[in-house]
Design a protein around this ligand. Sequence first.
Ligand code: SF4
Ligand code: SF4
Length: 58
Amino acid sequence: MPIVIDNDKCEGTGDCVDACPTEVIAKQGDKCVVVAIDECIDCEACIAACPQEAIEMA
Ligand code: SF4
Ligand code: SF4
């Protein structure tokens, strides 16, 4: 299942980027974006790391 980032909630902390073991997410300006969804292994580490609860499985 793909992750979805709610850009309205994201404050660009980068925690999800640091937590992801497969570099699915990258910082882009003051937000983060999904750049390699095919690399996602559904570990949910990004979801656990996000202080804004901006990421969920869609
Ligand atoms: S679920 Fe895991 S592999 Fe997928 S984007 Fe989040 S941290 Fe990365
Ligand atoms: S951890 Fe959450 S708030 Fe921080 S960059 Fe990722 S999605 Fe945005």
